[in-house]
Ligand binder design. Structure first.
Ligand SMILES: [Ca+2]
Length: 494
């Protein structure tokens, strides 16, 4: 369009010039033939240059068309690759679903660890599964992990498992690589709580790229709390070391890592980080990779946990209840010290978190019915003798024998009370526990019968014996003396 307009403009100028020359007698008359020829020549030169320019522009248009066609081919190729990637992604998803055990598909209730899956289905094969370490219907959504069914370990994938070369830079830790896991930190913390041990493999292929140079750290990894760590194997975070340092077989015996030798040859450090108070690795930092021939390539394994913490015996805390599968917040019963306790468990928290457990109190639980109530039928005045209570109102378990001695069937706190009617003499009744004096009930020496009573709470062990002894005086007949006792709170043997 632009060319066409330009061409038309030139032609119009040419025609206007001809018209001017032809129509103006004065102009025609005033111009010589030579002058006219020069003007015509100028116009023809202008047209010739314009024609050449048109040819050049047409060539550029052709080039642009070719370029656009090439771009279309590239776009078509990229669309094809995108389709392939999408197909691959859908196949991976399909494989993951197929690898899930039947029960998780049919019930959509993922188990908590791979070990749990293997326990529920010993034929389950290694692959990707959904698990929910912090419990179903609680906390975070289920996560997808790789289950190694050989040992039942649960392996959490992340975005930095392949070998990745650190980009070149000079300063310590100038290269930084945050690790993005397929699970939330809460789910990984729950997995740690459920597991006997956790670890993470890390390898560094190096050529003149040290972890530490002239005692200055050049590289570190960051733990889950954001703390920089300088050990590359084991669990001891107080030292800078690699596996060869732990094994005492590094390239230079004076150093603790092969790569720290800064030799111009390919070296490798690798090992497992095992401190589960620090794992998983949250970030990697390397530096001093600026030398043209140097390189550092890191490889970080999945975060893997194995084994299952066990709760032996009865649960004694909300943490125990969580370990054995309770994950819904609410009131629960746990074993206390010789008692049964009611607690409130807030399972939005994990074991180790503040506020997981709130003690409500002891629950009044007795392992059996323990009480007695007996009466004296006849008058009794044998000094320093155990008072026999012949009439038994209640005595489950036969704790009180016919001689008047009560043997505690359970350990715990007991309430004893006795009420008597003395004859008109001074009367003292002593209470003994295992033949040791504990308390006395007395009546004065006034005329006529007098009432006397006492109550006492005693903590007894199973088998302790309690009896009432008439020290002096006389007790009235006719069921006017009563001896009662019952177990207030049992010291449970759990
Ligand atoms: Ca959950």
């Amino acid at each position: 369009m632009y060319l066409e307009m330009k061409h038309r403009t030139i032609v119009s100028i040419f025609l206007a010039l001809l018209f001017t020359l032809a129509s103006s007698d004065k102009t025609t008359a005033s111009l010589t033939n030579d002058q006219i020829e020069i003007k015509f020549q100028t116009v023809f030169d202008l047209l010739s240059r314009q024609a050449a320019e048109n040819v050049q522009l047409r060539s550029q248009i052709v080039q642009l068309k070719n370029h656009i066609e090439k771009q279309d081919v590239i776009i078509e190729h990229l669309n094809g690759r995108l389709d392939k990637l999408m197909n691959l992604n859908s196949k991976v998803t399909e494989i993951n679903i197929k690898n899930r055990p039947t029960e998780t598909i049919s019930k959509t209730i993922p188990l908590r660890t791979c070990l749990d899956i293997r326990s529920s289905d010993p034929s389950a094969t290694s692959g990707y599964y959904y698990v929910d370490p912090d419990g179903q219907q609680s906390g975070d959504d289920p996560i997808i992990v790789f289950c190694n069914m050989t040992d039942g370990s649960t392996m959490v994938p992340h975005d930095s498992e392949s070998a990745i070369q650190a980009t070149s830079c000079l300063d310590p830790g100038c290269y930084s690589r945050p690790i993005i896991y397929s699970a939330t930190m809460r789910q990984m913390l729950a997995l740690i709580q459920l597991s006997q041990s956790c670890r993470q493999f890390i390898a560094f292929d190096c050529n003149a790229v040290p972890f530490e140079f002239n005692s200055v750290p050049q590289a570190w990894w960051t733990d889950r709390a954001g703390v920089a760590r300088y050990h590359w194997a084991g669990s001891n975070s107080s030292v800078h070391t690699c596996q060869c340092g732990l094994d005492d077989n590094c390239a230079l015996t004076s150093l603790k890592c092969n790569c720290d030798s800064v030799a111009g040859v390919a070296l490798r450090d690798q090992g497992y980080l095992t401190n589960q108070d620090q794992l998983p690795v949250a970030q990697l930092n390397f530096g001093r990779t600026i030398v043209p021939s140097s390189y550092g390539v890191h490889t970080l394994g999945k975060f893997e946990c194995s084994g299952r913490t066990q709760v032996s015996g009865m649960p004694t805390s909300c943490a125990d209840l969580w370990q054995i599968g309770n994950t819904l917040t609410g009131f629960y019963t746990i074993k206390g010290t010789n008692t049964i306790q009611s607690v409130y468990c807030d399972f939005t928290k994990l074991p180790g978190d503040q506020g997981l457990q709130t003690l409500i109190g002891d629950i009044d639980v007795k392992s059996s019915n323990v009480h007695f109530s007996v009466q004296l039928r006849t008058s009794f005045n044998s000094a320093n003798s155990t008072i026999p209570f012949e009439r038994v109102i209640s005595n489950p378990g036969d704790g009180l024998d016919m001689n008047g001695t009560y043997t505690a069937p359970k350990s715990g706190a007991y309430l004893f009370s006795f009420d008597s009617l003395s004859n008109d003499v001074t009367t003292n009744i002593d209470l003994y526990v295992n033949n040791a004096f504990q308390s006395v009930s007395s009546s004065g020496s006034g005329s006529g019968a007098q009432t006397m009573s006492q109550s006492v709470i005693l903590t007894l062990k199973q088998g302790d014996q309690v009896k009432l002894v008439l020290r002096i005086g006389s007790l009235n007949s006719g069921f006017s003396s009563t001896f009662n006792g019952f177990l207030l709170q049992e010291q449970l043997t759990l």
